[in-house]
Design a protein around this ligand. Structure first.
Ligand SMILES: C[S@@+](CC[C@H](N)C(=O)[O-])C[C@H]1O[C@@H](n2cnc3c(N)ncnc32)[C@H](O)[C@@H]1O
Length: 395
């Protein structure tokens, strides 16, 4: 199917949904009772997102925020509340019917928020060609839209162009655990359902880094559905557009605290837990952003961290046999590659089969926010327990 056909059919599908109010995609997490206090019901009825990119504590007062694929306006209106009357929100969508609904509700939301005038405008446009100036946005949000765009690399490049140096994105989208096969890609209905256009996790995260973003990492993960063994999940991701000329910030050395025993960042710099690594000014800038600042000890001189230092985090698997139950771990943290204390090497976005012992480790506090876990077993399995090698490198 040519790209224009996909885009036109997607737009027709969402135009129809405005009138029918049919239930479509996906797993969201907004507190509708809270939103109902200032967002009209007709907007909530056509909420087709798969996350809460405007609801997480990412939107700051006074900011200029762009929402790609704003639909009926739900995320824009939540962003309006969070940026406050001095901030500004721009929603972009390609579907006239969605734009009309968002536009007619903007003055109502402003009034409900007690603002003198709406601090949001809705522009017609495509994610692949955003109608905003270069470097004009503090933050880009998007909720379940980029999977619908046939040329995601172009969308990611446009995002990078639109964000100011030092700005960031927080986007929720549907991704898959493996490439979506042709028979699904050419199913028009499933494009509209946010399934056919899903990219494998490694390709989605890699595409954002290729566009220039750094520190790309998961903020939230929700399993969505599985078709013919292909798992679809909703990920909310954040990443940064660093300034080209990084001002010195006093950081010259970084010591990885854990829980990873080893990590390689997106610029190719490797770190070993507890060892001091000299970093460039650009890396220093990156490591002071969340969640890096919690994973490293940053300093202006080398710091030797003793192996007994309580700040180091190391989580060993239990001394027990492994049981394989169909779980796969997908690393979605802010590194290209990491290793754990069970010697598993996780390449970002690539599913790795894990046993129940490793599952316990990865579901523990320090690891859990960096992984999406899926279970590929089509029915409950009770695998036999197997013993690990004495080296500890079993599963
Ligand atoms: C799944 S809905 C999500 C709407 C909204 N973000 C929400 O959470 O309710 C997808 C929206 O993105 C718009 N859209 C899809 N592809 C687009 C593209 N390439 N450029 C601009 N808008 C697009 C559709 O018109 C539709 O309003």
């Amino acid at each position: 199917m040519p790209d224009e056909t996909i885009t036109q059919q997607v737009s027709e599908r969402y135009a129809r949904a405005v009138t029918t109010g049919e239930r479509m995609c996906c797993p969201t997490g907004y507190n509708f009772d809270d939103l109902r206090s200032f967002v009209p019901e007709e907007v909530l009825r056509v909420s087709y997102g798969c996350g809460t990119p405007a609801g997480l504590a990412t939107v700051r007062p006074g900011e200029t925020v762009l929402d790609i694929g704003s639909g009926g306006g739900i995320d824009c209106f939540e962003a309006c509340r969070r940026v406050g009357p001095s901030g500004r929100v721009i929603g972009v969508d390609m579907t006239d019917e969605m734009l009309a609904m968002a536009r007619r509700n903007a003055p109502i939301v402003a009034k409900n928020l007690g603002y003198p005038a709406p601090n949001v405008e809705f522009r017609k446009g495509h994610a692949e060609n955003l109608p905003v100036e270069d470097g004009s946005m503090d933050l880009i949000i998007s909720n379940c839209v980029i999977n619908l765009a046939p040329d995601k690399a172009k969308v990611f490049r446009e995002m990078y162009r639109a964000i100011r140096p030092g700005g960031r994105f927080t986007i929720s989208d549907i991704v898959s655990d493996q490439p979506v096969p042709n028979y699904l890609i050419h199913d028009t209905e499933k494009w509209g359902d946010c399934l056919s256009g899903a990219l494998p996790v490694w390709e989605y995260l890699g595409g954002l880094v290729q566009a220039g973003f750094l520190g790309v990492h998961q903020m939230k993960f929700t399993p969505w559905s599985a078709i013919d063994g292909i798992h679809f999940l909703s990920l909310t991701l954040t990443g940064y557009k660093l300034s080209e000329t990084a001002a010195p910030n006093g950081v010259r050395f970084a010591s990885l605290l854990g829980p990873f025993s080893r990590a390689v960042d997106e610029l190719g710099q490797a770190y070993q837990r507890g060892q001091s690594t000299q970093v460039s000014a650009r890396t220093a800038q990156l490591l002071t952003t969340p969640p890096f600042e919690r994973l490293f000890l940053l300093s202006d001189q080398p710091i030797v961290v003793a192996t007994t230092d309580e700040r180091l985090i190391s989580i060993l698997p239990a001394q027990a046999p492994c049981v394989w139950k169909g779980h796969f771990a997908i690393f979605t943290g802010p590194f290209a590659e990491v290793e754990d204390d069970g010697h598993h090497v996780y390449r970002r976005g690539v599913p790795l089969e894990i046993c129940s012992k490793t599952l316990d480790v990865l579901e523990s506090g320090p690891y859990s926010r960096h992984f999406a876990i899926i279970n590929r077993a089509s029915e409950a399995v009770e695998g036999e327990a197997v013993s690990c090698a004495p080296s500890g490198s079993c599963c």
